[in-house]
Write a new protein. Structure first.
Lengths: 177, 313
């Protein structure tokens, strides 16, 4: 099993629903967020291209945050989901330094927090909150090992990219372009 | 032209607009760790070579500072933790892949060793010192008997500690300025140089100081050589590495790095130490103070600048 997400950058309008849904579902403290939207404008007027990306933890296969954690608080759950055990985390910040995507932050309660792909929902067979609320249906979640899952079907016939593949982390967010 | 904006209004404390999760505690620890490593290495080195009596400051007096520096460094690390009461979790696991895991265990070993080393010289340093408890007296006798073996262990751990202060940073692939294998040797050499500077400052024996100054000059030279290589490597690297180097070559850290670290912290003290070796009068405290301030600045600048550098996408 390998959970992954595909983000259709052509469909995303940058409304921010995924961000609010995540903050509500996971009780993210005010001023923090586990997912965010990047608007990327490339080129020179009049030939400009625009891309919206709903970004979050890439749940990398070769995750530097898990490798550098001195206590084992950062670990990989079934399906490749990277999570943090709160009462094992000492808040040293090593994982925050190690993440090329700046996807982790220090929670006001001391431990390091990040996107969990809504593990608590996934375990019940539900989709992550951000995927559930997306009004343009541009987020696709599922098991890459299952050829009929949402995510497998989404990336099957489309061009996609991952962010900073040169960082060698083998990220699992697929941005459909 | 490419412009990227967080349209969902991301502004997380210490993460945006650029990463700044490690403040003064980490560079201060890196400095104190390197300093202690330098002092302990040379104490061990001259003990192994049987020159403990010719080098009294190196072997007996200066090591008193090592446990103090280590304890202060450990306290700084403790202050850095955001979940402080859970710090003991470091010692309930062995994580071979985590540099910080290695570092915490190294400190767990070298800190007591440094205390034992200092304790074994207490009677020579303070006449009339007695341990009051018989078991401590017997332990002291045992340590003195096996001092050379202890010196070997201490030297090895001093090298691990010195290299570790660099590897802690260089293991972070996500920060291009740190992600270079030169950082380990560079921090080792710089740490040993600050250790030597401290011993030179403390020593009252002209012969000992002359000897240590000569070694320190070699270390300063090697450090300058490694700094040049660091930037050569970056400039020949990928775009992320080039941008990391540009922070120091025209960017916001240019003046602080080249003036305070390289010129005032390395070149100038090297010139002064050379003049002293040639017989000119140089205030005894001046070169060591410059090296120590330069070493501290070096770590602050590298930690701060490294967090600004990142992958581009």
């Amino acid at each position: 099993m390998r959970y992954a997400m595909a983000i259709d950058t052509n469909k995303c309008v940058g409304c921010g629903d995924c961000v609010v849904a995540c903050q509500t579902e996971n009780n993210v403290p005010h001023g923090y967020c586990r997912d965010w939207i990047v608007e990327s404008v490339d080129g020179t007027y009049p030939s400009l291209s625009l891309e919206f990306r709903s970004e979050r933890c890439n749940h990398c296969d070769n995750s530097p945050c898990v490798r550098c954690c001195p206590t084992g608080a950062s670990h990989i759950e079934e399906g490749g989901i990277v999570t943090v055990t709160h009462n094992k985390c000492i808040g040293c910040g090593a994982c925050i330094e190690s993440c090329p995507y700046d996807a982790r932050y220090s929670h006001p309660d001391g431990y390091v927090d990040k996107c969990t792909f809504c593990l608590h929902r996934v375990q019940k067979g539900q989709k992550p909150a951000c995927v559930e609320v997306c009004p343009t249906k541009c987020l696709h979640f599922g098991d890459l090992d299952d050829p009929n899952s949402d995510v497998s079907l989404a990336i099957k016939d489309r061009k996609w990219k991952v962010l900073a593949p040169e960082a060698g982390t083998d990220p699992q967010l697929y941005f459909l372009t | 032209m490419k412009e990227e904006l967080f349209v969902s209004g991301r502004n997380i404390p210490n993460i945006d607009p650029y990463l700044n999760i490690w403040h003064w505690q980490i560079p201060l620890y890196l400095f104190l760790g390197g300093l202690a490593a330098g002092i302990l290495f040379f104490a061990g080195f001259y003990t192994v070579r049987g020159k403990a009596n010719q080098m009294p400051a190196t072997v007996k007096l200066a090591p008193i500072l090592a446990p103090i520096a280590l304890v202060l460094g450990l306290f700084a690390l403790f202050l850095d933790l955001k979940h402080k009461l859970f710090f003991w979790q470091l010692y309930t696991t062995i994580r071979l892949e985590s540099p910080m895991g290695w570092g915490s265990w190294t400190l767990m070993i070298i800190t007591p060793l440094s205390f034992i080393w200092v304790a074994s010289y207490m009677k020579e340093l303070i006449p009339g010192w007695n341990w009051k408890f018989n078991i401590l007296e017997r332990f002291e006798a045992l340590v003195i008997k096996y001092r050379v073996a202890l010196a070997w262990v201490m030297m090895i751990y001093a090298i691990i500690l010195g290299v570790y202060t660099g590897i802690l940073l260089s293991a972070f692939n996500a920060r291009p300025l740190w992600n270079t294998s030169i950082l380990g040797p560079l921090f080792l050499v710089s740490g040993f140089s600050t250790g030597l500077a401290t011993i030179i400052w403390i020593s009252k024996d002209a012969k000992e100081r002359k000897k240590l100054s000569r070694i320190d000059l070699v270390f300063i030279f090697v450090e300058l050589f490694l700094i040049v290589h660091l930037f050569m490597g970056f400039k020949a690297g990928s775009q992320t590495a080039i941008e990391a180097a540009n922070l120091f070559l025209g960017g916001p850290f240019t003046v602080s790095f080249w003036v305070f670290v390289v010129i005032l912290g390395l070149v100038f003290p090297a010139v002064l130490e050379t003049l002293e070796l040639w017989g000119y009068h140089v205030p005894k405290w001046l070169p060591p103070v410059m090296i120590l301030i330069g070493g501290l600045m070096f770590r602050f600048i590298i930690v701060e600048a490294g967090q600004i550098t990142r992958y581009l996408y």
